[in-house]
Design a protein. Structure first.
Length: 429
């Protein structure tokens, strides 16, 4: 049984986390138990921002998300595009449509594209390698991230060789019992972890992550997630609140909360100051200022939608997803205002993880406009961090003349979700 900590005891845990980059299970339990203590979030977020600033300055990186297929062979209980959802209107973008999204994105200042989709067998290695090659040829100065679910090691290798740089595969829950309760039989946590380890070994910058407040999740499950992340040492961690989708088995479940999500963002930032941490669309859906709160808690990435507006509403992972009606340029302008409002700056950059050096052909990943990688031996990032202090390195992009100016945009009104009506105040930092 965990005692509810005093503010001093909880603040000491924040300090220890900052110093040692990890806590014991019992200490994490106390910290999570004390998360509503007045003043604790302010302390945590202040330290998290300092940790982020030491590595990334005030930079916020944008990723243009292209949701290119909502066909999926998986049947995750929480997800609106699960195969059993007969009401989902299925679509696939063509190679040309994907390339058009990238071209538009590049003109808007994006230097990373994320190709995300359900697990759609139509997109076999041959088709995907062709698309990846075409994006890479058209935009050699941009990074390409894939988020296509579980595949074989050989497939991940083929896609990496075709030019993909990064891969996002949320582990969803590192607690085996909880993972099983979120997925039908045949969906395997062991395989998902195998995928993450293969991706890392191949040389991708890897992202894992989980939903906050998914049905049945306890603080112990969250601590399992934190320990798993500590072991994997990913370059990115995507977390966002669970939000029910009306046509799934979890339709009647409670959504996850923005306050716990941002608290965990603060913890993750202190665990690894070099992490790429998105303030997710789900966080912006559950609370009108959710993404700003995420940035104030230590996040440094935003992933606006670049998919054609005609298909946006069809990629409904959860109800009331925001930004499904806005043109890419509107989203871009809206995000820039939000980022500036919290004292940070959107930068035109690939936004690679600080310290990550790709082992494969350097020409594909180090365009001249990027800040120099951290000097030192060519080792994988997971070898450089955690065990050694973060090197003195200041890749603050706006100080570097090598960065291009951000194109100007016509301001657009901020659109809010009906879900947000239910939301109360977020803790302020
Ligand atoms: N098929 C890919 C992409 C999945 S969708 C893959 O397997 O990685 C991207 C993420 O959206 C999922 O990993 C999941 O964490 C999140 N997601 C799905 N349904 C959700 C819901 N109802 N609420 C919040 N997030 C959800």
């Amino acid at each position: 049984m965990i005692a509810f900590p005093s503010l001093n005891a909880a603040a000491d845990l924040v300090e220890k986390l900052e110093r040692e980059r990890m806590l014991s299970r019992g200490e994490f339990k106390s910290l999570l138990a004390g998360r509503t203590l007045p003043g604790l979030t302010a302390r945590l977020f202040e330290r998290a921002r300092a940790a982020r600033r030491a590595v990334y300055g005030d930079a916020v990186y944008l990723r243009g998300l292209i949701e290119f297929t909502n066909y999926c062979r998986k049947d995750c209980f929480y997800c609106g595009i699960r195969k059993s959802n007969a009401r989902a209107e299925r679509y696939r973008l063509s190679r040309e449509q994907i390339l058009a999204c990238c071209a538009q994105g590049r003109a808007l200042g994006f230097r990373t594209f994320v190709l995300q989709g359900g697990e759609d067998p139509y997109f076999n290695d041959r088709r995907l390698a062709d698309i990846i090659g075409a994006v890479r040829a058209a935009h050699p100065d941009c990074a390409l991230t894939l988020s296509l679910g579980e595949r074989s090691r050989a497939s991940y290798q083929t896609l990496f060789d075709a030019g993909a740089d990064r891969y996002l595969l949320r582990h969803e829950s590192a607690a085996p019992g909880h993972y099983r309760s979120l997925h039908p039989a045949g969906h395997s946590l062991r395989n998902r972890m195998r995928c993450l380890s293969d991706l890392r070994d191949i040389g991708y910058q890897v992202g894992c992550g989980f939903m906050v407040g998914s049905p049945g999740q306890t603080d112990d499950c969250l601590i399992d997630d934190l320990f798993f992340i500590k072991d994997l040492q990913p370059q990115m961690v995507g977390i966002g609140p669970f939000i029910p989708h009306k046509d799934t088995p979890f339709a009647g479940e409670q959504p996850g909360g923005a306050p716990l999500t941002v608290f965990l963002l603060g913890i993750l930032r202190l665990m690894d100051p070099a992490l790429l941490l998105p303030a997710t669309t789900a966080l912006g859906t559950i609370h009108p200022q959710g993404r700003e709160a995420g940035l104030r808690a230590g996040a440094n990435v935003l992933m606006p939608n670049l998919s054609p507006v005609a298909v946006r509403k069809k990629y409904m992972l959860y109800d009331d997803k925001i930004c499904t009606g806005d043109e890419a340029a509107e989203c871009r302008a809206c995000l820039e205002r939000r980022v500036n409002a919290v004292g940070l700056a959107v930068v035109v950059s690939r936004g690679d993880c600080a310290g990550f050096l790709r082992a494969a052909p350097a020409s594909a990943c180090s365009p001249a406009s990027e800040p120099a990688p951290i000097p030192g031996p060519v080792v994988r990032r997971q070898d450089q961090f955690f065990s050694v202090p973060i090197p003195a390195f200041n890749p603050i992009p706006e100080l570097s003349p090598a960065f291009e100016p951000i194109p100007a945009f016509v301001p657009a009104p901020i659109s809010e979700s009906p879900l947000t009506a239910k939301i109360t105040e977020l803790p302020h930092a």
